[in-house]
Design a protein around this ligand. Structure first.
Ligand code: ADP
Ligand code: MG
Length: 242
């Protein structure tokens, strides 16, 4: 079953063509890692999928529904897609529980008690139950980012988008976030993650997509893309980064 289908996606900023007819399909339970040079359009693609950017051409389907149709309500779509960015953007004046339940209650109309129950269950699953009533400044960076991921999961989204979620963390805090993502994969969460952690992409991804020139230039299982890249551009990129 195909959860996400991007077809011919084009995105232009000024005179810069960032995405140039990009195609990408993601199956249910699949974990896809987007790799590519800085500026290759990984974040832009994730933002397009979450309807934070308007396409200049092409289509995106979620569970077969054409979500880039202008008649579609973006809030309804975002309810089905979780997204987490590089910097953990928790509200400092709210507790962990309030942070996690804010969007479901305020934006998506989930009853408060149901949202709290779901939030507490998720926090328990990721070992943060005892932090539910803490404020973000009492948490380590890794714990804050794990809360940000829980916040994205609490609606049980069909798709989780993770944009360089470990790159703002101190190296010793990266492991706990990566381990959480590995657990989510075991739980069957469908994910698209942009990452420059090749070791992690290799461990967790079912498929690695190398973005270059606004398209997926090369893709395949990590062992293939990393060990035997077919394209010269991929080899060049990997030789610089690994
Ligand atoms: P990546 O995440 O792969 O590093 P991005 O998607 O962030 O790449 O950026 C791709 C290109 O698009 C970059 O050159 C960036 O400067 C440009 N870009 C991204 N967002 C905007 C924007 N809102 N306005 C203008 N240019 C943008
Ligand atoms: Mg980026």
């Amino acid at each position: 079953m195909t959860v996400l289908s991007c077809h011919g996606v084009r995105k232009v900023f000024g005179d810069q063509v960032v995405l140039d007819g990009l195609d990408l399909d993601v199956s249910e339970h699949e974990v896809v890692a987007l790799i590519g040079a800085s500026g290759s359009g990984k974040s832009t693609l994730l933002r397009c999928v979450n309807l934070l950017e308007e396409l200049d051409d092409g289509t995106i389907h979620l569970d077969g529904e054409h979500i880039t149709d202008p008649r579609v309500d973006p809030d309804k779509v975002r309810q089905r897609i979780g997204i987490v960015f590089q910097a953990y953007n928790l509200f400092p004046h709210m507790t962990v529980l309030e942070n996690v339940t804010l969007a479901p209650v305020r934006v998506h109309g989930v009853p408060r008690t149901a949202a709290r129950a779901q939030a507490l269950e998720w926090l328990g699953r990721v070992g943060l139950a005892d932090k539910a009533y803490a404020y973000p400044d009492r948490l380590s960076g890794g714990q804050q980012q794990r809360v940000a991921i829980v916040r994205a999961l609490v609606n049980s989204p069909r798709l989780l988008l993770l944009d360089e979620v470990t790159s703002a963390l101190d190296p010793e805090l990266v492991g706990e976030v990566l381990s959480m993502i590995r657990d989510l994969k075991s739980d069957g969460v469908t994910m698209v993650l942009a990452t420059h952690e090749m070791g992690f992409a290799r461990q967790v991804a079912d498929r690695v997509c190398f973005l270059d020139g606004g398209r997926v230039l090369e893709q395949g299982p990590p062992e293939q893309v990393f060990a035997e890249p077919a394209e010269a551009r991929t080899r060049q990129f990997l030789s610089r980064i690994i």
